[in-house]
Ligand binder design. Structure first.
Ligand SMILES: [Zn+2]
Length: 128
């Protein structure tokens, strides 16, 4: 009987495959220009649209913790919609980030350019 190969003797292709699967395992957050919102994507499935990247990260974390079971965030989204109805339905909510998406330094409210690395926040989000 032949023993299975030691890890260091496995083909490089296999290790590459694991790297490629990171997106597959963890999903990704993208920005939709038309909808002007962030969305969570895993494989070809989309898990909702969000006003801010912080929010999208929050829901992605919940999804990962619940093995990408969409029902795990459904209840929370309903609660959010309910809260928004109470606030103001006609108001346009801007994308707000607490941290610079490029260098991670803390942003002040409504800051359009990062005071640390100098990027235009909106331009950066649109081009990434
Ligand atoms: Zn910055």
């Amino acid at each position: 009987m032949e023993l299975p190969p030691f890890p260091e003797k496995r083909s490089k292709g296999r290790i590459k495959g694991i790297k490629v699967n990171k997106k597959e395992r963890e999903g990704e957050i993208l920005f939709d220009h038309k909808k002007r919102g962030f969305y969570i994507k895993k494989s070809d499935e989309i898990f909702g649209y969000y006003d801010s990247m912080t929010e999208a990260f929050y829901y992605k974390k919940i999804l990962m913790e619940n093995n990408w079971d969409a029902s795990s965030i459904k209840k929370k989204i309903t609660q959010r919609v309910h809260i928004n109805k109470k606030l103001d339905l006609n108001k346009k909510y801007k994308v707000k980030l607490n941290y610079c998406p490029n260098c991670r330094s803390k942003l002040k409210i409504d800051e359009k350019e990062c005071h640390s690395c100098g990027i235009n926040i909106e331009e950066y989000l649109y081009s990434n």
